[in-house]
Every structure is written in C-alpha cells, then in structure tokens.
Design a protein around this ligand. Structure first.
Ligand code: PLP
Length: 486
C-alpha cells in the first residue's frame, strides 16, 4: 500500500491551526465557535468550529490551490488513478453542471438519458447545448427504470454522429450499473467525450467485488458524491479528470466559477480523511456493509412474502450489474405505496430510508452502516407486512415516448420572455417552456424547447386526473402549461 496515502495534508493543517487558537480577524463571524448559539454548541461541542475557517495562506485556497488543498487533491487523484481530482463543496449537482460546461460549447449536442438527476437540466441550460434524449427503459416486473444500455448509446451515436459528448448516470439511484467500459471504448473510438454522474459510486474503486468504477472504465470526467456513500460531510464531492479530449485548465476555471469563495473547510478536510479511510480500510469496511446488505436482501426475499428486493444475479441476467449495498424494496404486493411504508418506518420504527416512490423504498447503505441497522429494517418490514393491509391500486409504471422534436435549445426558451400560458388540453404541437416531472416515475415528461405531442399531453392529463404530484406545475392541479408564444 502506498505510504503517501496515509497523509491527510489538509486535515492536519486545519487541526494544527485550530490547536493554536489563533485570534481571528477573518470570516466566519463566530470566531472559532465563541459566538455560536449555546443550544447548538451544547450539542456539538466547541472543537469543530476551530476547523471552520476561511482562505488564508496557511490553509490554502480552493480556487487557486498551491498548498495543503493542492496536496490533498493530488492524493485523491492518486487514490482513484486519475490525472486530476477537484474538490467540490456543492455536491455532485455542481459537478454535473461543470462537466457540461467543460465538455461542450454552446450549440453542441450531447446524448443523455432522460432519467438523469435534475442538475442535468441546469447543465443543459447553462451550457446552451442540444440534448439528445435516450428513452429510459422500464422494467415492469420490478417497477424500476433501468440504466442506459450500450446499444441505446450506440444507436444514438449512429443517428447523431455530430454529438460532442455522452452523459451517463452510473450507478443509478437503485445501484444498477451499465456496461461502462464498452461505452467508454465506443465513445473514444468515435472521438466523443464520456461524462459520468457517479454520485452513487465513490466506493466502487475500493472493493474488488463491487462493479467497476467509472474511472477504471475510462470515462473522461467523473463526478462522485463522496458524502453519499463514503465518509465525507454533506456537499463533499469530487470531480475526477482523465481525458485527452477535454482541457483541464478549462475544467478548473469552470469549477472555480461555480463554487463559493467561502467553502466549508470542514467539508474539504472530510474529503481528505475520507480518501485515506477508503484507501486503507475501505475494502474491510465495505465487505461488512455488502455482507449485511446481502443478508437483508435474502431475508426480505425469503421471509417476507409480499415484498421483494432484486438481486445482483437478476440484474446480470438482463445485462446489468448491481452495487449490492443499495436495497430497492418493492412493496406493491402489500397494497401499500412506498411512500406509506416510508412514513410508517419513520413514525413507528425510527427508521428513515433515503427515498420512496409509489412502488419501492430505497435504503442506501454507506461506509458507516452496521448489521444492526439492516436487522432493525428487516424486523420492521416483517412487522409491517403482517400488521398493515393496503388497498391494491394497480398502479403501472409507464412513460410516454420521449424521443420528441427539440425545436429550440432549453436555454433559448429559458431566457425568452415570449412565454404564454395555455390550457393543457390545447398544448399539442406547442413548444414547451417548462419542465414537468410527474412522480412517479420522476422523469421529466416535458422540457423547455420540446414539441408537446398528443401522447405526452394525454399522459399528463391522465396523471393530473389521478392526482399524481407533478413537479413544475403551478397551483394544486396541472390545468395550464407554459409554452413558447410564437
Ligand atoms: C444520480 C444523482 N446524481 C446527482 C445527484 C446530486 O448529488 P449531490 O446531492 O451530491 O449534489 C444525486 C442526488 O441524489 C443523484 O442521485
């Protein structure tokens, strides 16, 4: 093991600084915690506030690092085997936007799955690109949306050879991993940049039995939420660079433009120590987490007749891999929705899952997870499956065809003032000026710049009639939609 990786230059610098109890005439205003409200300080203790400093020579600058931040980023890059790693303090959301702006010029087109995180629309609008959407495939038996396949990307590249880049989310929120190595090779054979949202995969690199990480697959730019699965504090993410097609100086400039000039040094230091922990203890810690997750998966599938948690073997049979630390628990056979089971778990069992939808709960495990956590979850689910009987609603997870005509770039519509509101049932043929995302499936059914089809209009009318929540609608019910006025 590389001894250099034992070092935590940024954390050590901050610790030394905090211990010196330096008289502070710099921001933040709490002055090493002295001014923090008592109620908060009684809970946290005083020490952590000594780490909450701002830019000065000793602690380095995130925007032009030459000291401990530079060293910490270099160690991160070595740990992942990439050329450069840049620390982010606004999560993978800002990393996704930075990838779009780094890889594309205004007017370029980029291939993207429609089932991407909402920060993707911000990237598309800010970069002024033409999105080429890949229709997400739905697995009706499992009530989940699959990952983008190699074939889908190859077809999109064959149809739109002018595209500049391909954007893939891998793993998905459900932990489903696509054939990233094949996709990376294909992109590079055709001179295309591969961008990967690996928000849910910062740990993949550190265990041999987990699916291949995007950096090993050969992606050009990869962004990871170190805070989601490894032990960095919230907002702590990393953008990895390994590309012959993108200019690193442009990436650095863009990341700097998008980030605060007052980053949380506590979060930055947590990235430094999370990296060291992952390198030296990651494999052993993740073995335990994976073992606990697999135990829970088996227990749910064998002992709870009306719940189901799909397995890695099942994913393999349909051409995908699975990060087993993610538990997607389908509860439709209980007659309850995922939302209802989520609320019961929270109120009656003191358990909070990461998210739920009509069909599923998603329980995310991280490097700090313990077997006792999944024992509590499984026991609670067993209890719920006996105690509660819902009314089967026969919901079906479906989406309309989203391979629609992009008439204007989302940016053009976003910046336009020529917008009007019309009734939804008169919207067919108009160019949408807003994003509408029904939950489920959580996929934008309409985005700015896109021609609204009859099928999409019918789908939205049906969703609205069923009282499904549609993010982006104004008012309680979706009656009117915003369209381009000309
Ligand atoms: C697939 C995916 N990408 C990006 C993000 C945004 O990550 P962050 O919360 O680190 O900004 C999320 C958050 O849930 C996500 O699920």
């Amino acid at each position: 093991m590389n001894k250099q990786q034992l070092k935590t230059p940024l954390f050590d610098t901050l610790l030394n600084h905090a211990k010196r109890n330096v008289v502070s005439f710099h921001t933040p205003g709490h002055k090493n915690g002295r001014g923090i409200d008592k109620k908060l300080k009684d809970f946290t203790g005083q020490n952590i506030y000594g780490l909450d400093v701002t830019v000065f020579d000793e602690v380095d600058s995130l925007h032009d690092p030459i000291g401990p931040i530079k060293k910490a980023q270099e160690l991160m890059a070595k740990a992942y085997g990439v050329e450069h790693s840049l620390f982010l303090v606004n999560g993978t959301s800002v990393g996704n936007i930075a990838m779009f702006l780094s890889a594309c010029d205004p007017g370029d087109s980029i291939i993207i799955s429609r089932s991407s995180h909402k920060s993707i629309m911000a990237g598309v609008i800010l970069a002024g690109v033409w999105p080429i959407w890949i229709q997400p495939k739905i697995e009706q038996n499992l009530d989940i949306i699959f990952n983008t396949t190699y074939e889908q990307i190859k077809n999109a590249l064959d149809t739109y050879p002018e595209s500049r880049a391909v954007f893939v989310t891998c793993p998905t929120y459900n932990g489903v991993v696509t054939e990233l190595k094949k996709i990376a090779d294909l992109c590079h054979r055709r001179g295309k940049v591969l961008l990967v949202d690996e928000a849910h995969g910062p740990h993949l690199k550190f265990h041999k039995d987990l699916p291949m990480s995007a950096v090993d697959a050969g992606a050009d730019l990869v962004v990871q939420s170190t805070h989601k699965i490894l032990s960095a504090l919230s907002q702590g993410s990393v953008l990895h660079f390994n590309s012959k097609l993108v200019d690193i100086n442009r990436v650095k400039k863009i990341v700097s433009m998008l980030q605060t000039t007052s980053p949380s040094y506590f979060t930055l230091a947590s990235l430094d120590v999370a990296r060291k922990q992952a390198v030296f203890q990651g494999s052993a810690m993740l073995s335990k987490v994976m073992g606990a997750a697999e135990w829970a998966r088996k227990e749910i599938n064998h002992s709870i007749t009306n719940m189901k948690c799909f397995t890695r073997a099942e994913m393999n049979t349909v051409g995908f891999d699975l990060d087993v630390t993610k538990l997607t628990i389908n509860v439709t056979k209980t007659g309850l929705s995922g939302y209802e089971v989520d609320a019961i778990l929270s109120k009656e069992y003191n358990i909070q899952v990461d998210c739920s939808d009509t069909f599923n709960l998603i329980a995310i495990m991280g490097i700090g997870s313990d077997k006792s956590d999944v024992v509590a979850l499984v026991n609670a689910l067993k209890d719920i499956s006996k105690k509660y009987k819902g009314n089967q609603k026969n919901w079906i997870l479906k989406i309309p065809s989203l391979s629609t005509e992009m008439v204007m770039t989302p940016r053009e519509v976003f910046l336009s003032h020529d917008i009007k509101k019309i009734p939804l049932n008169k919207a067919v043929g108009h160019v949408s000026a807003q994003t509408l995302t029904p939950y489920p499936p959580g996929i934008p059914v309409v985005i700015p710049g896109e021609r609204i089809t009859q099928e999409i209009c019918n789908y939205l009318l049906d969703m609205a009639a069923k009282g499904i929540r549609i993010s982006g609608q104004e008012g309680d019910k979706l009656k009117m939609v915003k369209v381009f006025a000309n």
